[in-house]
Each structure stands twice: as C-alpha cells, then as structure tokens.
Design a protein around this ligand. Structure first.
Ligand SMILES: NC(=O)c1ccc[n+]([C@@H]2O[C@H](COP(=O)([O-])OP(=O)(O)OC[C@H]3O[C@@H](n4cnc5c(N)ncnc54)[C@H](O)[C@@H]3O)[C@@H](O)[C@H]2O)c1
Length: 493
C-alpha cells in the first residue's frame, strides 16, 4: 500500500460507511499497511493490529453483521456505500452498529414506563437519529420529529412516516414551511420531553406556545451552543423547565465533539475538495475546543500546516502544547489556504477577515450555528443548500470558496457524525430522558435549571461500549479506600 494512501482510505471509508475510524480496530487482511499509513491511522484514533493474523475473530466485511464490534477492514474497494441505500436499509444498517443504545434501552425499559410518554425530537434527521426514534417508539413512547430542511434526509423522513412516527420535516420546504411544521409538531405532540439541538425547539415552544410548557417535564439538549443558550436563559431568570445538558456528558463532548466531528468534517471536506486537499496546505482553525482540536490533529496527520486562533489564552496555550502555532486571527487568515470556524459563535469570521484572505482560499464551518461566517454581511449572498461548493465575492476583497453554504460541513454536505459515535451520544440522550422521568415529581423533582448527568451514568454507558467491543475496564487490584491519616512521611498509624 502506497505511503500516501491513508488520506484516500480515510475519506473513502468514512464517507461511504459513516462508521467511526476513531475507536475502531483496523484488520489488515492480506495487505499490510505501511509505517506511514499506520502512523496516520493511529493519529486518527485507529488501533492497528500488529500483524495480519491478529484477528479479532470477526469478519469486518460489509456483508457480515459485526454487531458489537468496531472492527473495520483495510480494503475499501468492496465496501458498501451506505449513502445509496433505501431509507429502510440505511436505518437498518446504522442500527447494526449502534449496540450501546440498544443495550441501555433494554435495561431501562425493564424499570421505567415509557408508555404514553410524548417526546418531540428536534435533531438532524438522518439514519442514526431514526434509530433513536425507533428505540423510543418501541419502548412505548409517542414520538414526533422536526428537522430543518437543510438537515433532512428525505429517504429517512419518508421511511419514518411509513413506520408511524410523526415527521414534520421535508428537505424541499421553505423556511416558512419549516417553521409551520415545527409548530404543528408542538401542537400535535404537546411534548412531555423535548430532545433538542441548539435549544431551537424549546425556545420556539417558549416563544410561540408558552401554554404547552405546563406539561413539559424537561428538555435533553444535544449541543454546546444549545447548552449555552439554556444557561443564558437560566441566568436571565427565563428558564421555566429543567434541562439536562447531554452535551456536557464526557461520553458526548469527549467523543462526539472531540473525535466524530473532526473526523467527519475532514473527510467531508476531502470529498468536496479532493482526498489530498490538506497535504502541505496552510490550515487556520478558529476555536480550539474539542471540535477544533479533533479537526486540527487529523488534518495535521494528513500533512497540513496548522495554525490555531482562540480568544481564550488557556485554549491557545493548549494548542501550543499540542505542537501548533497559536496566532491572532487577523494574522492567521492571511496565509490560510483553508480556514475553518470551530467556535459555535456568530460572526467568528467577519467580512474584514475575508478581505485579508487569499484569492480562492476555502472557508468552512465545523461548529455549526447560523452565520458563524458573517455571510449575512455579504451583499447579494443567498443561501442555497444545493451548492456544497460555491464562490463568494467579498466586497473590496478576494473571491473565496465557501463550503456547505457556511453551515456545519459534516452534517450538511456529508453523513454527519459517525454511527458508533452517535451510538454513545444517543445512549446519553436516553439516560437524560430516563433522568428527567425519574425526577419528574415529588421531593426529587428537578428545579428549572441546567443539570448534568452523573459520572456514574457515563461510566455505565462506557462499560457497555467496551463490552460490545469485547473489551473491558480494569478491575481494582488493591483496596482503594482512602485513609487521610496515611502520609508520605509515616505510613504507620
Ligand atoms: N458539526 C458538528 O457535527 C458538531 C458536533 C458537535 C459540536 N458542534 C458545535 O461545534 C462548536 C464547538 O464545539 P466545542 O465543543 O469545541 O465548543 P467549545 O465552546 O468547547 O470551544 C469553542 C472554542 O472557541 C473559542 N472561541 C469562541 N469565540 C471565538 C472567536 N471569536 N475567535 C476565536 N476563538 C473563539 C472558545 O474560546 C473555545 O475555546 C459548538 O457550536 C458545537 O455546538 C458541532
């Protein structure tokens, strides 16, 4: 295998299968990866077996059900392209690689009554989300989903309707039709629980259907930007229901943001710009939280020269200790071949920044809120989500290449976060729903605040995830009890 093939392999595997490279074990089969391939793979979080005979006993070919493992094959030529499957097959395919959520749901169903529970879900509507919806419905809940047209996979929407789930999402809708659909979902479901993304659905409910909030048990929020919005509502005294910050669980942020987003943003950008677009490219990453870091580490493994910009000196210093340059944005964008925003903050990249950039430099968003790139300040810019690669003419500046119309590139122009990663995130969502139900009344009733799940909940899900891979955490070999009387000077008491 040629040294430079990791970029091609990672792009093809990730885009065709939507499976996670990070956290998986590579089965070399007949061919052995080169040292360069192996090194890049390890930097992406792939475990590479020492030799071809080190088989984990599971055939990872696309035709074999590898349920419970995260083993992937080196050969990509015959790997099935899940993007071409029908809606039903695409959901079934994703379900196969989501054993953690399934196992947890089976456990919780025995002790919790989901029957008659009304749940409104507002998430990117694609096969993995459909698996979550199926699980909730199978447990007895009445489930409805809303998604923005740009975040709707039409084949999935059509299939879920056939399966009896209320779907208020259509890729062909205008913004007005979408808002009407969201309100219809609120009216028909009158949710006890909202599973939200970006706090958008719950804020819509608060603004347009305040009476419905009386029946709301609480909200489970998926993302950083949504938690930020709910926290601001709480600080302003405007939060009237409990919110579980699913995002803040280590099993979400430490995996979805830190691995899945970076990985799929990189491979989606490769798909749009060419497998080797990062090789020797100057890449500016703005925002060095988990998302920015996960992206930066992976493009470096593909040969990019990376500069980090973060307004927080601690984050910038972390980048320096990871071996990156940390610069001010005004300086860093000048030399960038590719600049990405990973902040989740409006107008991170302004028109003034764009004016400083090179002709045809690439702009992309890997965070994901509206106008992270200040496109609303570009005269004549019209959002057109049929254009994954387009040109924007900056007034008194260069013509730049814009990806995914400035929306989050991985979920707009690619398949979104990988299946195994969403298995973990959605297992946390299910725990959050369970937590809200377990604390809906009585003395343990949750106050209207932002809440975090316990570390024990993360540990429980992580143990399931290890088990499904045939692995486990270590057991304690000594008495771990803590005795404050023992000191380094005298261990006799
Ligand atoms: N695309 C996806 O699939 C996906 C998945 C998960 C999270 N997200 C989104 O990605 C965004 C980032 O997530 P995260 O967990 O890394 O967030 P984070 O808040 O931990 O990190 C963001 C970083 O950006 C920095 N920052 C803020 N404004 C800045 C500015 N103007 N210039 C430079 N730096 C700035 C902050 O100091 C911080 O270090 C969030 O909006 C989150 O919702 C997207």
């Amino acid at each position: 295998m040629a040294d430079e093939d990791f970029a091609e392999w990672a792009m093809t595997y990730s885009q065709r299968t939507n499976r996670s490279l990070a956290g998986s074990r590579l089965r070399p089969e007949r061919e052995q990866p080169t040292a360069v391939f192996r090194n890049a793979a390890v930097q992406w979080g792939v475990t590479v077996s020492a030799d071809a005979d080190d088989d984990d006993g599971v055939d990872a070919g696309a035709d074999v059900d590898t349920e419970g493992t995260a083993s992937i094959a080196l050969g990509v030529r015959d790997v099935q392209d899940a993007r071409t499957l029908s809606g039903k097959d695409a959901i079934d395919y994703a379900e196969r690689y989501m054993p953690v959520m399934r196992t947890l749901m089976a456990e919780l169903r025995s002790g919790t009554d989901f029957n008659g529970l009304r749940i409104a879900v507002c998430l990117v509507l694609e096969p993995k989300t459909a698996v979550l919806l199926r699980q909730l419905k199978a447990a007895g809940a009445l489930v409805g989903v809303f998604a923005d047209p740009s975040e709707t996979d039409q084949r999935v929407a059509d299939q879920l309707r056939r399966e009896g789930i209320t779907v208020e999402a259509d890729a062909r809708w205008t913004a007005e039709q979408a808002q009407a659909g969201a309100l219809r979902l609120l009216d028909t479901i009158a949710p006890h629980i909202i599973i939200d993304d970006g706090a958008s659905f719950a804020r819509l409910a608060a603004a347009k259907r305040p009476a419905l909030l009386d029946g709301l048990i609480g909200v489970a929020e998926e993302t950083t930007s949504g938690v930020r919005a709910f926290q601001a509502m709480q600080d302003a005294g405007a939060l009237t229901f409990p919110v579980v910050a699913v995002n803040d669980s280590v099993l979400k942020t430490g995996f979805d943001n830190a691995h899945g987003t970076g990985e799929t943003c990189v491979t989606t950008m490769q798909q749009l710009l060419g497998a080797h677009c990062f090789r020797d490219a100057s890449v500016t990453v703005i925002g060095y939280g988990p998302v920015g870091r996960g992206f930066a580490l992976r493009v470096r493994a593909l040969g990019a020269n990376v500069t980090i910009c973060d307004t927080d000196p601690v984050a910038a210093l972390k980048a320096v200790f990871d071996g990156f340059d940390a610069r001010d944005i005004d300086e860093a964008v000048i030399d960038a071949d590719i600049a990405v925003s990973a902040t989740g903050v409006r107008h991170t990249i302004t028109v003034e920044h764009m004016r400083l950039m090179r002709e045809r430099a690439v702009l992309s968003v890997i965070g994901g809120i509206a106008n992270e790139i200040a496109l609303d300040d570009i005269p004549g810019f019209h959002h057109d989500n049929t254009q994954p690669v387009s040109a924007i003419v900056v007034p008194d500046g260069p013509t730049l290449t814009l990806l995914a119309q400035g929306d989050g590139v991985n979920y707009t122009a690619g398949g979104g976060n990988p299946i195994e990663i969403m298995d973990l995130s959605f297992a946390v969502q299910i725990s959050a729903v369970h937590h809200l139900l377990a604390h809906r009344s009585g003395q343990h009733r949750l106050p209207p605040q932002v809440h975090r799940l316990s570390a024990a909940s993360d540990r429980h899900i992580a143990a399931i995830a290890l088990r499904t891979r045939g692995l486990s955490a270590s057991h304690a070999t000594a008495d771990n009890g803590y005795d404050w009387r023992l000191t380094r000077f005298d261990d006799t008491v």
